[in-house]
Design a protein around this ligand. Structure first.
Ligand SMILES: Cc1cc2nc3c(=O)[nH]c(=O)nc-3n(C[C@H](O)[C@H](O)[C@H](O)COP(=O)(O)OP(=O)(O)OC[C@H]3O[C@@H](n4cnc5c(N)ncnc54)[C@H](O)[C@@H]3O)c2cc1C
Length: 342
């Protein structure tokens, strides 16, 4: 007997299914494209915090999720025997000028208060080698950022679910409580039904370079994430495109991203490009996740709007959705309710 059916095998759907399965529910996930067919089948995998200031529900939720991530992914790896590529190695960013230095030092203070000693945001002298160019000679290092490998993380969740007797299918019947975690397709369904925009797909292009920095922190420079992975590659992302003809193609905009990454981090100057990829981020109108009772399917639930930080949010999204779906306990922040993006 299936207790919960999750429509959509992206990071939101799989994390919710896993959170339900580990509490003993019998879970079925259905996705005609298979796991990671949407945005979650990407390359980047930066789990990085918002800046520690002007605290709000979204930042607090993401912070809790990032803190939970290590335990979450360790348990997933143990349950299914597949490695999601998670490591909390921190992040380094250059400080570009004196104003930026003053701001970075102020954030050092606010992180000490807001991050409750669970992670640090500190200003320190730039290092050599795997470090972005820094005009001030100073960098910001945070110890909260982590990385995972998006595709392997999805595969690890599938293995963990199957280890608990769950099913991950391309087609099948819905049974029990139903959660819709269908990414951009789910936002388009809301748009059609409401006659106005609840959300849309924002295209992103990313690349993988052959450079081994596997035990080193991720870098953030010139608006780009440079994320070393355990397989000896570095993922670079991303463009952010509202207008596009082909959601899956890569073009000169990605070439420019790669050139900017090479300019910001000399260690990448000669690294060959191994893979190019593009996908659509599900962005809600409010830019926050959409979590709660489904506005269109009576009795069902929705989890959408992961936008740029779906992997970072996933552990906490799984937890609050399992609370709601299995126990009827609603711990969802007000700004994440479907009404906020209606
Ligand atoms: C270039 C790029 C870089 C990114 N970098 C990062 C990053 O570094 N860190 C981070 O945290 N996030 C990042 N993101 C964002 C992250 O990928 C998304 O927020 C996340 O993948 C969204 O997950 P999802 O499960 O909601 O949607 P998706 O992964 O899109 O999954 C939705 C699934 O629903 C399925 N589906 C559609 N219709 C149906 C239906 N009717 N029935 C059943 N299934 C259906 C689809 O096949 C798909 O598999 C990036 C995104 C992009 C594009």
């Amino acid at each position: 007997m299936t207790d919960v059916t999750v429509m959509g095998a992206g990071i939101f759907g799989l994390s919710i299914a896993w959170a339900c399965a580990r509490r003993g529910a019998k879970v079925r996930v259905i996705d005609p494209g298979g796991p990671g067919a949407g945005a979650s089948g990407g390359l980047v995998g930066a789990l990085a915090p918002h800046v520690p200031e002007t605290w709000n529900d979204k930042k607090a939720f993401q912070f809790e999720s990032l803190v939970m991530a290590e335990g979450f992914w360790t348990e997933v790896a143990r349950a299914g025997g597949a490695d999601p590529g998670y490591a909390r190695l921190g992040r380094v960013q250059p400080v570009m000028d004196e104003a930026g230095l003053a701001l970075a030092r102020a954030r050092e203070q606010s992180a000490a208060a807001l991050w409750q000693g669970k992670a640090e945001w500190r200003v320190e002298p730039a290092g050599r080698g795997w470090c972005p160019e820094s005009p001030t000679g100073q960098v910001i290092r945070d110890t909260l950022s982590a990385r995972l490998h998006p595709r392997r993380a999805c595969a690890a969740l599938v293995a963990a679910l199957q280890g608990k007797g769950g099913e991950v299918l391309r087609e099948g019947a819905q049974a029990g409580r139903v959660v819709w975690a269908t990414g951009v397709a789910g936002l388009e369904e809301l748009n059609r039904a409401n006659g106005r925009t609840a959300g849309s797909g924002i295209k992103g292009q990313a690349a993988v370079l052959d450079h081994d920095a596997r035990d080193l922190p991720q870098l953030y420079a010139d608006g780009l994430h440079m994320v070393p992975h355990a397989d000896g590659t570095v993922a670079i992302g991303s463009t952010s495109e509202r207008l596009y003809d082909d959601p899956a193609s890569t073009d000169a905009q990605l070439d420019e991203v790669i050139a900017r990454a090479r300019a910001a981090v000399p260690a990448l100057a000669q690294a060959p490009v191994i893979e190019r990829w593009a996908g659509l981020r599900p962005r809600s109108r409010s830019r926050a996740p959409i979590l709660g009772a489904h506005p269109l399917h009576p009795g069902a639930f929705i989890a959408n709007g992961g936008f740029k930080i779906g992997f970072g949010m996933a552990p906490k999204v799984g937890e609050v959705m399992a609370d709601l779906v299995l126990d009827g306990t609603d711990r969802i922040p007000t700004g994440f309710r479907p009404e906020a993006s209606a």
